[in-house]
Design a protein around this ligand. Structure first.
Ligand code: FAD
Ligand code: MG
Ligand code: MG
Length: 318
């Protein structure tokens, strides 16, 4: 299916998410191979089915270590390191709480406080024990569960980018349900829309122009349910076990690797604007766009992309 004379778009639904591939040539077989690759990674990393390498680890919680493929091991090792970043909200062992809340899935509900307190005791990332020699992962307590929902799409977006590059593609874009990774620079660069939180009509707050970068947004408006006038969204605070509650409607990260984008959206979500900007001072390769509930848009820096504001109701601060 073609957008205009030059861009060809291919779509699929995988990982419960709409997937979009844009190429500058008509190449159906390549698009099929990309979707197959995504499916293979989904099969390794999903926790939404009974069987995957991550589920093998989870099923053996409290029992024994499980050896996994090198790539899954490396991703889990990276996720554990991020889980230990002070002040960050990312926790790879958040699984028991994600499963209990079921936010975005059938049967979502607010769990009783004592359930949350009990499940919180099963989310200590120190209890994810790694063995480099065996590529094995051991969850030391029964009931523990790894959940890579916050980062798996980023990891897979990077693998798709690598694969396209290997295949000689110099211009392309992959969007895995909001995880955008780009190759090269079409005329004018790639323009990625920044969504207006809670807009009914897919309205955009701004446009982000990038070359060879990934753009990822985590927001409280993506997956949520409402009960008694309160909104419960899918980014959980590992300190409390409840959805994160701060000044932010969304955080967008721009970086070369989509995995970094994913890790940092969740890390920074927990820090808020001030501490988030502070944390990124030492990382010029990673840039953030904060959208607050007060309708401010704050750029930590904008060295590797260009931002255009498209909504007069919002105030832009750099
Ligand atoms: P992000 O903000 O990047 O991440 C939110 C997700 O991260 C949560 O949904 C939760 O899984 C996890 N999380 C929550 N709090 C934390 C925390 N503090 N630290 C770390 N992680 C946290 N959806 C379906 O509806 N059906 C499916 O079959 C399905 N299969 C999937 C298979 C795979 C391999 C993946 C990666 C996703 C799948 N999904 C599926 C989507 C998934 O359930 C999440 O909705 C999605 O990964 C959230 O990503 P995001 O970028 O929108 O949000
Ligand atoms: Mg994500
Ligand atoms: Mg997202």
């Amino acid at each position: 299916m073609s957008d205009d004379a030059r861009v060809y778009s291919y779509s699929a639904v995988l990982m419960g998410s709409p997937i979009l591939l844009k190429l500058f040539e008509h190449n159906e077989p390549l698009a099929s191979r990309v979707f197959h690759l995504i499916k293979q990674y989904e099969d390794l990393l999903t926790v939404n089915r009974a069987q995957s390498q991550v589920m093998d680890i989870n099923h053996a919680a409290g029992l024994n270590p499980v050896s996994v493929s090198r790539s899954v091991y490396a991703l889990i090792k990276c996720a554990k390191a991020a889980s230990l970043v002070p002040g960050g909200a990312f926790n790879l062992a958040i699984g028991p709480l994600v499963k209990r809340w079921k936010i975005g899935f059938k049967g979502d509900s607010v769990p009783p406080a004592d359930d949350i307190a009990r499940l919180l005791t099963l989310t200590d990332p120190h209890n994810v024990v790694l063995d480099d020699a065996q590529s094995s992962v051991f969850l030391t307590r029964a009931g523990m569960e790894i959940d890579l929902g916050a980062i798996a799409k980023g990891y897979i977006a990077d693998r798709v980018r690598d694969y396209l590059r290997q295949q000689g593609v110099t211009l392309g874009l992959i969007n895995l349900g909001g995880n955008v990774q780009t190759l090269g620079s079409p005329e004018g660069g790639w323009s990625i829309g920044l969504k207006k939180p809670f807009a009914q009509d897919n309205a955009l707050l701004g446009a982000i122009e990038v070359v060879n970068k990934s753009v990822v947004t985590s927001g409280v408006y993506e997956r949520f349910f409402e009960l008694d006038g309160r909104r419960y969204h899918h980014i959980l605070d590992p300190r409390t076990g409840y959805p994160l509650d701060n000044e932010l409607d969304s955080v967008t990260i721009i970086a070369s690797e989509s995995l970094d984008c994913d890790l940092w959206t969740t890390l920074i979500y927990g820090m808020g604007v001030e501490k988030g900007v502070e944390a990124l001072r030492g990382r010029p390769d990673i840039e953030a766009i904060f959208v607050t509930k007060q309708r401010e848009i704050i750029l930590s820096s904008a060295s590797h992309y260009r931002f255009t504001l498209l909504d007069d109701d919002y105030r832009l601060t750099v």
